[in-house]
Design a protein around this ligand. Structure first.
Ligand SMILES: [Zn+2]
Length: 301
């Protein structure tokens, strides 16, 4: 059993509103399924900021060691198809970056939360000079030993303790990382120092307005249950935050950044046929897809 310390989370991490949230419901330390009321476990409360819409847990359960969550074999954490070496991984993001910064021939890039190294390899192939950090020891080992990342390019460390000279990188990627961090705004501010003026931070996060979560929560309410399906603070994939575009807008206004581009992505619903088509169409039209991608530009001082 993982041991947690409990931290009050009454101040919004992005917009800094104090005690200004709505309680959404309870979250167990395991998958809820259809009958969460029959499951045992420990619970935290999921809240939504009334000012910017960001979703998080209050209190926030923090494991004694980060390895309690991520120090497991990569095969346990990711689905099998993640390990296939399909060439399209991170291709969309690389093309997107090149569209936004066509004048930079060999961008210097930093990949935060490298995992087993797939995005680093894709960027190297696309002529980026790429560096990475990864806090999980098993993921780091796999990146070096199996994916073939050079040890001088990848550090086994977390963003909270990593250090790079100021104004170093043209591009910093937080691909599916920010939702795992206990203090995402602190980590973004650290990365901002390492970014060159006019450089870009790429952020890919879960959307707080994701339609399928709202449908699941609605069916719990109809049955008189106060559980919600948002986040997974104490079980895989260990998500601690969901974000809105407005939460990024408010963060940027305070931190010498601006949103240069963004998009919502519907992603797979896990369903098939007409229902899948209909839900994906609604998500696309209403910005209620699973994923939000944001490109943040460092304003020139
Ligand atoms: Zn907020």
């Amino acid at each position: 059993m993982i041991k947690y310390s409990i931290k009050d989370n009454n101040i919004c991490n992005f917009c800094e509103s104090k005690n200004n949230y709505k309680v959404l419901g309870k979250r167990l330390n395991k998958s809820h399924g259809f009958k969460p009321q029959n499951k045992t476990g420990i619970c935290t409360t999921i809240i939504k900021c009334k000012n910017c819409g960001m979703i998080t847990a209050n209190p926030l359960p923090i494991p004694e060691s980060i390895q309690d969550h991520y120090g497991q074999p990569p095969e346990n954490y990711w689905k099998k198809n993640y390990f296939s070496s399909e060439d399209k991984f991170f291709e969309l993001e690389i093309e997107w970056y090149k569209r936004l910064r066509s004048n930079i021939s060999k961008p210097k890039a930093l990949d935060i939360g490298t995992g087993i190294g797939k995005a680093m390899i894709a960027m190297e192939k696309a002529n980026f000079e790429v560096f990475g950090i990864e806090p999980s020891i098993p993921f780091y080992k796999m990146a070096i030993e199996k994916t073939g990342i050079k040890p001088d390019r990848l550090k086994c460390t977390s963003i909270e303790v990593a250090d790079f000279p100021e104004n170093t990188f043209d591009f910093i990627s937080f691909g599916v990382v920010l939702e795992h961090l206990y203090d995402p705004s602190y980590c973004l501010k650290r990365a901002l120092k390492w970014l060159k003026p006019n450089g870009l931070i790429h952020v890919e996060v879960p959307n707080a307005d994701y339609l399928l979560n709202k449908i699941m929560n609605f069916q719990y309410r109809l049955r008189g249950l106060d559980y919600v399906t948002n986040l997974s603070p104490m079980h895989e994939p260990f998500h601690l935050y969901e974000f809105t575009l407005d939460s990024f807008r408010q963060f940027c206004n305070k931190n010498n950044l601006e949103i240069e581009d963004h998009a919502f992505f519907a992603c797979s619903t896990g369903l098939t046929g007409l229902l899948d088509d209909a839900l994906r169409r609604i998500m696309k039209k209403t910005d209620q897809g699973m994923q939000l991608t944001v490109w943040l530009k460092k304003i020139k001082e």
